[in-house]
Design a protein around this ligand. Structure first.
Ligand SMILES: NC(=O)c1ccc[n+]([C@@H]2O[C@H](COP(=O)([O-])OP(=O)(O)OC[C@H]3O[C@@H](n4cnc5c(N)ncnc54)[C@H](OP(=O)(O)O)[C@@H]3O)[C@@H](O)[C@H]2O)c1
Length: 332
């Protein structure tokens, strides 16, 4: 009888994960049925999002149930097979969680050629996160300045290297001088800021003198706060992760973009002056709507230029409905 050890979520952590939140339990590996394989897990991917999954917050997949095996991606080797699609010895990836063995009918067979950990980092979801986040969401272009938090980590280290390959100037943030040296010397970033010891605002002004075009945000909190003060015109903030917040129990320092992340929302500033050349497009569409009564409009008109200052106050007390105007003189 083969024994399987499984990490079970016993209670939802409050703040940092504490002993007792998860429990390692043993049980026999179940008998294989037709169509199933027995996988011996070799690598378990540990991800910041594991902490999110433990919480009962609104998120992008259901939280792990209390009493369930902790969710996680694994790479393992097929030890027994009753499924013709899998041979004993195949390396596969599964999503069945923190345990020694998986009995499953569905696992993805990995290609050969690279060390297995590569399929969990650069040639797996981690690398894809970096690639699509930077290029699809962030639309990073040659010549732009890209800032990457958690730059020495799994996603950040790939983001910065792709950005360099695409011709960007890349500035990382990491939590020690050793990591910063690694980020610059080994990964090839242009600069790296130790966010634990340096003045973030001053460092961004030094390393991003023309502002930040793309912020690949992995951290949130004070880093995001300082990033926001150093944006270039038409900057993009890619909200990939907010690790600074995952263990927080109190209010977050800096803007809380949790829901932007979970709902894949887009925040974008605009000034109408940017659309001056397209007003005719708008009038052409609105004119008929107005004529057909499909759109109505209201005005609140205050009489007398002398009342302009008081009238302005109406905007802040809600004293207007529709467009607030001051009538200075008669029309006729
Ligand atoms: N949106 C998605 O689909 C997606 C997919 C994968 C990952 N993510 C997110 O991407 C981020 C990075 O994930 P990863 O898997 O690559 O992990 P990782 O970067 O390998 O590990 C996390 C790193 O974050 C840094 N960190 C921890 N607390 C921090 C804080 N308060 N402020 C700044 N940095 C802090 C630490 O490095 P230092 O020593 O430098 O502090 C740590 O090594 C996470 O936010 C994660 O949730 C999102």
């Amino acid at each position: 009888m083969t024994i399987n050890r499984q990490w079970i979520l016993r209670q939802r952590p409050i703040g940092d994960i504490e002993p007792g939140d998860l429990e390692l339990v043993e049980s026999p590996v179940p008998e294989l049925q037709d169509g199933q394989i027995l996988v011996r897990n070799v690598y378990l991917s540990l991800d910041p999002t594991n902490r999110i999954w433990m919480s009962d917050i609104d998120q992008y997949m259901p939280p792990v149930g209390v009493g369930d095996v902790m969710r996680g991606a694994t790479i393992g080797v097929v030890e027994q097979s009753r499924n013709a699609a899998y041979a004993v010895g195949d390396a596969v990836t599964c999503f069945d969680g923190w345990q020694d063995y998986v009995v499953t009918g569905g696992a993805q067979v990995l290609p050969k050629g690279l060390p297995l950990p590569a399929y969990m980092s650069v040639m797996g979801a981690t690398g894809a996160t970096a690639y699509f986040g930077l290029l699809d969401v962030g639309k990073a272009k040659a010549g732009e300045t890209v800032v990457v938090s958690a730059a020495a980590g799994a996603v950040g280290s790939i983001v910065g290297q792709i950005a360099k390959l695409k011709g960007c100037r890349v500035v990382g943030l990491a939590g020690s001088d050793e990591k910063c040296a690694y980020v610059v010397e080994k990964l090839g970033f242009d600069a790296c800021i130790n966010y634990k010891t340096e003045d973030l605002d001053a460092a961004f002004k030094t390393h991003c003198p023309d502002g930040i075009d793309v912020d690949f945000e992995n951290a949130g909190g004070p880093i995001l706060d300082a990033v926001m003060n150093n944006l270039a015109m038409n900057a993009r903030i890619v909200v990939c992760g907010l690790i600074a917040q995952y263990n927080e129990t109190g209010p977050v320092r800096g803007p809380d973009l949790t829901n932007v992340l979970m709902k894949r929302a887009r925040i974008e500033g605009f000034i109408i002056l940017d659309f001056l050349g397209r007003f005719e497009e708008y009038f052409a569409e609105m004119g008929p709507w107005l004529a057909q009564g499909k759109v109505v409009y209201d005005t609140t008109i205050v009489q007398g230029l002398e009342n302009a200052v008081d009238a302005l106050g109406l905007l802040f007390t809600g004293g207007n409905t529709g467009k607030l105007l001051v009538q200075i003189s008669l029309e006729g």
